[in-house]
Design a protein around this ligand. Sequence first.
Ligand code: G16
Length: 543
Amino acid sequence: MTLQTIKTTPYADQKPGTSGLRKRVTVYQQPNYVENYIQAIFDSLEGFAGQTLVIGGDGRYYNDVAIQKAIRIAAANGFGKVLVGQGGLLSTPAASHVIRHYKAFGGLVLSASHNPGGPEGDFGIKYNIGNGGPAPEKITDAVFDRTKVIDSYKTLDTPDIDLGKIGTQQIGDMVVEVIDPVTDYAALMETLFDFDAIRALFKSGFTMTFDAMNAVTGPYAKAIIEGILGAPAGTVINGVPSPSFNDGHPDPNLVYCKDMYDLLMTPEGPDFGAASDGDGDRNLIIGKNRFVTPSDSLALLAANAHLAPGYKGGIAGIARSMPTSAAADRVAEKLGIEMHETPTGWKFFGNLLDAGRVTICGEESAGTGSDHVREKDGLWAVLLWLNILAVRKQGVDEIVREHWATYGRNYYTRHDYEEVDSAIANALVDDLRGRLSSLPGQVIDGLEIAYADDFTYHDPVDGSTSAKQGIRIGFKDGSRIVLRLSGTGTVGATLRVYLERYEPADGQHNLDTQEALAPLISIIEKLAGIQKRTGRNEPSVIT
Ligand code: G16
């Protein structure tokens, strides 16, 4: 087994996005593409000699190839130990927990999350730091700088490592320990939730469907929901991880989980439906006759968290990404706790969580989580919902309605225009950005613009600043339009338009969401000309 230093040439496109480096598998398959990126990560870190690195992925196509490369490069760079999930699997929240639990130096998460997989799909690599969360921008910027000049990487000349067998093996000077991917995570969940109450709920005849979308949460959901909590076999569907997600799109939204949504809207359907994405960090929550928007789910979970043992002392504060609706802000106000608005990307919550200033975080993009890990956590959100349902002994719809009657309702939708020509998308955003200062005071379709800006975040913990995080146009009546380009797409540009309107506690809570937001949809078309400029008649996805 010899240490090798292999010459390489840089790739110009290894700039990490919202959540790590996501590219087509075919891009990752280029010579040294994985090696360059991982070496650039290690070159941007200090002090890891002899330390532990966690490596795991969502099992998507190319996971098995990339993980072998990652282990060899880690060994050659001087890590003392690699902890890896059996079969190369670790959900993203489980990876975060393993990093924290075993006090690892950091971890590599191999995933493109909700993006499709398979040979024609996407792959991704993300570095997480010792707190278990995605590396902050100062590290991802350094990694990108390094990728531009990298000229060699280190590896070991060694056969593939057997990841099928739990236990330890030696690779050069480094120990590789293969662990069960579920055990530690399940134990953590047991400390947070009232499992007895949830068991009793299932015993009482409560029915649920959990769609693991042929992705990584299958083994976790089966072990916890069907195993520990005693839900009947068959509660978890699509529960076997597949490298191509069975040719599906592992994004738990109303487009890709339409069958489950339709079922929940019928009397024969189960009482509760939930799903998680490719790497297990997103969640979808549907009650009988009630889809819960991620923004509302964040607010509801924050308002009811004290019903779960892990949060019985109350929560310190809430954080949400800027495009997420302000529903949670009203909960924070009532509880008298801190509320923070951060840019899109879970990495921006890390400092607030570490400083103990917030306990619960969430994003409109189907992510919610708490200070138990430093990633969003799909199954955690589902279990907290189950805990709340078990304690309140009410259905989802009733709980949601009571919430609106207390706090008011934030009608909310997101319109995505996917695979738009990048030049057109950039020009559209730049043009609008250039006109922002002239917008306040203008009245369009009877609505007066109160403010218009490009969101800049000032991190209250480390003082860092992140600019150009999305265009916000706010109206006098409290409505808001946000427009930004996605940082996770891999082909062309994805333009996201987020629309929100507030109805007070005694207002109209029964409108159709798209109808309630139609005036704003028309206003943004007038202001930005999205459909005119992109040639699209309608969004690719509405959530
Ligand atoms: C990632 C990030 C999230 C972000 C989402 C969408 O989620 O972790 O913080 O909200 O992407 O980002 P964008 O709007 O830039 O596409 P995931 O589940 O893909 O890891």
